[in-house]
Design a protein around this ligand. Structure first.
Ligand SMILES: [Zn+2]
Length: 462
């Protein structure tokens, strides 16, 4: 049942993107070794163009003969430039998109009895590929909003629910309100099978049970809130999924007839896979469905159909990890390349590339940010490298003043970040890039400002 061609295509994309980020340090090491040689600037530019595909800012190189080459600034500059190129490619070439798959998926979930799939994984970078890779879903057809420990903001979800139901009522999108479909909220927590005590969820002290309970409590609170706030039998459906970040195997907590889930009542995709390995695709599908029904009493047929699909999809990802990485990923721990703070980041569909901190203001997301900064203190600061933070706000271009508000927000959040982590920022160990994007047009990101350049300007002025 594995989609071999798709696996190769997904792997080529992942390898290519990560290679572009991972080339930065070796190239800078080479350049650093040359900094006091004759013709340094010319040599450095040639190496950067050949290895990274872009040149370096002349003003940073020019000062190398008198000062030490400022490697922290140079590293941040290269990382942000690589990010910008990665975004441009994503939004102009859609390497992971497929319009046909999106349409087929909309039809499929409505057949299952849902009109919206809203997923909140943990903000951990090892879950950033959960939609497109682990669950093999079209990323544009699924709402994703990540939070530390999958502890999603219930109020934000209520707002999205209201917006969704309003669109159905006013415009019949994605379907009419007289269709008996519901909003499905999914929380994805995680654990590590190889090193459970150290490489689990940082927000839950690496305790898989606590992580699962946290997700379940949040889901129940959301359902309660909808039922209490809106009459006429308004309710939503819930699903809890666990992810082993070492192997990408999922476990699905199958809801019973009343939609309730148990922490111990789940179906492990790898167990199911073992039981279906020798079966034909047709028999395997039937067996998966049988196992879903055997996990919980009277699970709703639509929910069973969706879960069966998710498990079958996950088989491809399990094989992906085995084929390209072995028994488990080599980087079972954190290896994110940058922090993404703000709202947006649709382009990040790859594992261990980005630590997410979705936020309107720094104050309300201090936990998510602190977890991110502590992860990057180990990853980067301990090696003398800065923490790169992309501050990003997507906006709807048809709303008057939306772009201006997004720009202001970017500046405000950047100032608050710099103030909260002042020591890091002052020693050049925290760098920020401010970007906005009109998500209605579906175009490229717009770069507003970068701390690397701000510093240069200040130095020039001073
Ligand atoms: Zn986590």
């Amino acid at each position: 049942m594995t989609r071999v061609d798709e696996n190769q295509q997904l792997f080529d994309y992942e390898r290519c993107v990560k290679a572009s980020f991972d080339a930065i340090v070796p190239v800078l090491k080479r350049i650093s070794a040359l900094q006091h040689e004759e013709g340094f600037e010319v040599q450095a530019q040639a190496i950067a163009r050949e290895q990274l595909g872009f040149g370096l800012p002349a003003e940073i190189l020019e000062d190398a003969w008198v000062n030490q080459l400022d490697m922290r600034r140079l590293f941040a500059w290269c990382l942000f430039e690589t990010y910008r190129r990665f975004c441009d490619e994503f939004f102009t070439e859609a390497p992971l998109g497929s319009v046909e798959e999106e349409q087929a998926f909309h039809t499929f979930i409505q057949d299952c009895g849902f009109h919206t799939l809203d997923v909140s994984p943990c903000a951990d970078g090892r879950l950033a590929h959960v939609i497109r890779y682990v669950l093999r879903l079209p990323y544009r057809a699924v709402r994703r909003k990540s939070y530390a420990g999958a502890m999603f903001d219930v109020d934000d979800s209520i707002q999205k629910w209201v917006e969704t139901e309003m669109l159905r009522l006013r415009e019949g999108r994605p379907n009419d309100t007289d269709m008996p479909t519901r909003y499905l909220k999914v929380a994805v927590y995680h654990y590590s099978s190889g090193d459970p005590d150290n490489q689990g969820c940082a927000a839950h002290g690496s305790d898989a049970t606590r992580a699962a309970q946290g997700g379940l409590d949040q889901l129940s609170a959301f359902r309660q809130a909808i039922e209490n706030s809106f009459c006429c039998g308004a309710s939503i459906d819930l699903l809890l999924i666990g992810l082993d970040t070492d192997t990408d195997v999922i476990r699905v907590h199958v809801p019973d007839a009343s939609g309730d889930m148990g922490l111990e009542r789940y179906l492990d995709a790898d167990e199911v896979r073992k039981q279906t390995l020798r079966l034909s695709a047709y028999e395997a599908e039937a067996r998966i469905t049988e196992l879903v029904y055997a996990t919980a009493d009277n699970v709703a047929p639509g929910m069973a159909k969706l879960i069966s699909r998710l498990i079958a999809n996950n088989f491809s990802q399990i094989d992906y990890v085995r084929a390209f990485h072995g028994e488990h990923y080599e980087d079972i721990g954190h290896a994110e390349r940058f922090i993404g703070a703000g709202i947006g980041f649709e382009e990040v569909q790859l594992r261990n590339l980005t630590y997410f901190a979705y936020l309107d203001t720094v104050e309300e997301a201090t936990q998510d940010l602190d977890v991110g900064v502590s992860i990057f203190t180990k990853l980067n600061v301990s090696h003398g490298l800065p923490i790169p933070v992309v501050v990003r706000y997507d906006y709807h271009g048809q709303v008057p003043g939306a772009r201006e508000r997004a720009i202001k927000r970017c500046a405000r959040v950047t100032d608050a970040l710099t103030a909260r982590y002042a020591k890091l920022a002052e020693s050049g160990l925290l760098h920020t890039l401010q970007v906005v994007r009109d998500c209605n047009v579906g175009g490229r990101i717009e770069v507003l400002a970068c701390s690397v350049n701000a510093q240069a300007t200040q130095e020039a002025r001073g």
